[in-house]
Ligand binder design. Structure first.
Ligand code: ZN
Length: 398
């Protein structure tokens, strides 16, 4: 999500909220003097505003969800990179060990070469001694020339053409030279291996550097997404707060309308007979979208999809419609300022303005609106203020 999109969204929400706050009809209603004149039309207008707000907050919730999904995948990507970095670091460690072992072997070869050279030098000295002895005995006086040779190699060349050289010495010295050369070849091979390993290590190191850059980039992406998430959460909270305010006004108005009639009398009837498991209590609870505590204005009753929803008392259906939060919902006016609300239904079986009897079927349990599974959200309001419905069913909840 881009920052500009977030800003655009925030701007849109601000306009919607401002429009709602300055609604002139609200001012009239809240001024008090007109409270007696509250009409169904006023209520309808206010409900339209609540519905618009609900739509906006749903949009924000969707954006929030998408930002969270992006964040989750960015975190996953980061952890993949992190794993790749560990693998590379291990490979580099292994390469380092190989290089170390090769260096040790090369040092050993160098030691062997030094020893071979010393042995060659010793043999050469012995050889010269023997030549000198032969010369002193007069057996090979001309060989004195050879003693002036500057190097062993030079001497060997000369010995090639001098048949009198003792074959044994020649062979011995040649074999020593061959041994030394073999060691040198072995050493060169080790050096080639080490060069290869060094190259491999360089390659791994540059891969590691590239991954580390990617890792930091991924971190930045996550930070940006967290910022977007925070923006959407505050926009969502603002929209919810405003919606709560509008809903309170709706409840107040509904109560005004309810007061225009006398209470129908009698006790409330449980709306889902046979199903009394409360999956979410009235009052403060954990909000699945905001991921923190928020106020729950009713109780959630766990019941299978399609379970009958019954009117808690006789009265007039003042709402039978759709709201993004409540899904398909019904509000019944029981008179005397008392109303009941039934939300998330899969099907509505009553119409606005219709009279219903206590225990009459008004709809079917569903999971419409902001709901994570089939249940009935049930509210009781007295004079526009929600009450804990369980307090009205003491026999069921002892
Ligand atoms: Zn609920």
């Amino acid at each position: 999500m881009s920052g500009s999109k977030v800003k655009k969204m925030a701007g849109l929400i601000a306009i919607v909220l401002t429009a709602l706050i300055i609604l002139p009809f609200l001012v009239t209603i809240l001024s008090g003097s007109a409270s007696a004149a509250v009409s169904e039309a006023d209520l309808k207008k206010l409900k339209e505003q609540a519905s618009a707000l609900s739509k906006e907050s749903k949009k924000i919730a969707e954006e929030l969800k998408s930002v969270r999904a992006s964040k989750a995948s960015a975190i996953k990507e980061k952890s993949i990179i992190d794993n790749q970095i560990s693998v590379l670091e291990q490979e580099i460690e292994t390469t380092n060990l190989i290089i170390q072992s090769l260096s040790e072997q090369i040092a050993e070869k160098e030691q062997e070469i030094a020893e071979a050279e010393q042995q060659e030098a010793r043999e050469f000295e012995l050889f010269k001694k023997r030549i000198r002895a032969m010369e002193e005995n007069g057996t090979a006086s001309y060989l004195g020339v050879l003693l002036k040779c500057e190097s062993f190699t030079e001497l060997l060349c000369k010995t090639e053409v001098i048949s009198e050289i003792i074959e044994y010495d020649k062979k011995l010295l040649a074999s020593l030279k061959a041994t030394r050369e073999q060691i040198e070849l072995a050493k060169q091979e080790l050096e080639r291996d080490r060069a290869e390993q060094n190259e491999a290590r360089e390659n791994l190191t540059s891969q590691l550097e590239a991954l580390e850059i990617k890792y930091r980039e991924q971190n930045d992406i996550i930070k940006d997404l967290e910022k977007d998430e925070a923006t959407f959460i505050s926009e969502y909270e603002a929209a919810m707060k405003e919606m709560e305010r509008v809903n309170k006004e709706i409840a107040k108005m509904a109560a005004e309308l309810a007061k225009q009639k006398a209470y129908v009398g009698g006790e409330y009837h449980w709306p889902t007979p046979g199903y009394t498991k409360i999956t979410s209590e009235y009052g403060n609870r954990y909000h699945p979208i905001l991921k923190k505590q928020s106020f729950h204005s009713g109780i959630d009753i766990g019941a299978p999809q399609g379970t009958n929803v019954l009117a808690a008392n006789s009265g007039e259906v003042i709402v039978a419609g759709w709201n993004n939060a409540y899904g398909n919902y019904v509000v019944i006016n029981h008179g005397g300022g008392q109303t009941t609300l039934y939300a998330h239904m899969s099907k509505l079986l009553v119409k606005k303005g219709q009279s219903v009897k206590r225990g009459e079927k008004i709809g079917l349990v569903g999971s419409t609106g902001w709901s994570t599974g089939p249940h009935l959200h049930f509210e009781i309001s007295i004079d526009g203020k929600t009450k804990n419905p369980k307090d009205y069913f003491k026999d069921l909840f002892k």
